[in-house]
Design a protein around this ligand. Structure first.
Ligand code: ADP
Ligand code: MG
Length: 398
């Protein structure tokens, strides 16, 4: 199945086009951290504005849970978006109320508006079809056409993602089209060796994708906090490291499955063991099989960095999701840097997925162009790789 594109919408001049973008950036006291998702949203919005459309952008920020909470306002995002677009962004202080209607009515051809945080309305995320539908009706009433471009939200059955496109002629924006192209390449017939690197905090977030990937990859490299549940499953003590006891059986199953399927499962051989979870914690590299009881592993060690790099060197396709350590602390960012650099050095088709992984790449000052693709969606790309149907993509396919 294929999705129609913006060009299939015909002449959009003078038309009100509702664009669902993913502008969910880290925000602290009104200051935007990594603005990667805003930058990734710019081309589609500019393309529509250049064609003379009246562009109404909608998006969510954080989890205000259906209530108006000023700390989750998209106002700072509107400003940053305007700078990046190189055009004024009119900001509506509500999503479907008086301000939204007045802002939309005032839009001229080629102008851009941003609506306030969709999740200020309970209808956006409601599990109740009728409640969601009612909110979708009001959103859809603002526009004549819909463009889905918020890749990071397509795994959510939310009003702006799933219900509004059923009410308006719709198309996929350039960002979603690009993301889906990449994911198809990973799930179709990837060039081999196909190597997947997984890290991050919780193994439970990634069970589905591991189960699915074991049938597809040649090599599976596990680092980050989730590695300790694997080490424990192999019978090693992991001290105070992140451990999900309730996942041990499942992980033992994965280890057996990998062996059966001849998948090279690569685990850390050494870790940086720290006295506490802190940026300045005292730490040393220890064998992964001999983590002291009073220490916690906050990064992969130097021998592991070399091992992982060597396991990536001959890859033809690489998907990487999840940092190798607590990269937010400089002392424990080295493992993540090593894996990122191995991807940059490789000739493979390299894809980075996951909000924190992408943020790590930028925080470490690495060249984003060194990767074939940096995805804007963590959960969405993982669910795609799990083989799930993503509501926000399937509605764009008909
Ligand atoms: P992504 O957003 O890229 O999918 P995750 O959200 O799964 O990644 O995981 C990111 C988090 O994992 C980071 O905040 C990082 O600090 C944490 N993390 C990585 N390694 C460890 C570790 N050894 N101990 C505790 N937390 C870790
Ligand atoms: Mg994350």
């Amino acid at each position: 199945m294929s999705m129609s594109t913006i060009d299939d919408l015909g002449d959009v001049r003078g038309k009100r086009v509702l664009v669902r973008s993913d502008l969910n950036v880290p925000l602290q006291d009104g200051v935007i951290g990594d603005d990667g998702r805003i930058r990734a949203s710019v081309p589609t919005i500019n393309k529509l504005a250049d064609k003379g459309a009246r562009v109404i952008v909608c998006a969510h920020l954080g989890r205000p849970k259906g209530q108006v909470k000023p700390e989750f306002s998209l106002a700072p995002v509107a400003e940053r978006l305007g700078e990046l677009l190189g055009r004024e962004v009119r900001f509506a202080t509500d999503t479907v109320g008086d301000s939204a209607r007045a802002t939309v009515d005032a839009l001229q051809d080629g102008e851009v508006a941003l609506l306030e945080n969709l999740r200020f309305e309970a209808g956006e995320t409601s599990k109740d079809d009728a409640e969601r539908g009612e909110f979708a009706d009001r959103l859809a009433a603002l526009a004549e056409l819909y463009v889905g471009d918020g890749f990071g939200a397509v795994h959510r059955k939310h009003a702006s993602v799933y219900d509004v496109p059923q009410r308006l002629p719709h198309a996929a924006g350039g960002l979603i089209a690009a993301e889906v192209d990449v994911l198809r390449r990973l799930t179709g017939d990837p060039a081999r060796p196909y190597v997947v690197v997984l890290g991050g905090a919780k193994v439970s977030d990634k069970l589905g994708v591991i189960a699915n990937l074991l049938g597809k990859v040649d090599r599976l490299i596990i680092g980050g906090g989730m590695a300790y549940t694997f080490l424990k499953a192999q019978g090693h003590e992991v001290g105070k490291s992140l451990l999900q006891e309730d996942q041990l059986d499942q992980v033992r199953g994965f280890i057996e499955e990998a062996a059966k399927r001849d998948v090279d499962l690569v685990l850390p051989v050494d870790v940086l063991a720290a006295t506490e979870f802190a940026p300045d914690a005292e730490h040393e590299a220890v064998e992964a099989t001999a983590i002291p009881a009073d220490r916690e592993g906050l990064d992969i060690g130097p021998r592991t960095r070399e091992l992982f790099a060597s396991k990536l060197a001959d890859a033809a396709t690489v998907f990487w999701n999840g940092p190798m350590g607590v990269f937010e602390f400089d002392a424990f960012a080295g493992g993540t840097r090593a894996v990122a650099e191995a991807l940059i050095a490789s000739d493979a088709f390299t894809v980075v997925g996951g909000g924190d992984s992408a943020a790590a790449v930028r925080k470490l000052g690495l060249d984003e162009d060194g990767f074939s693709h940096i995805s804007t969606g963590g959960g969405a790309s993982l669910e795609y790789l799990e083989g799930k149907t993503l509501p926000g993509l399937s509605v764009l396919e008909d």
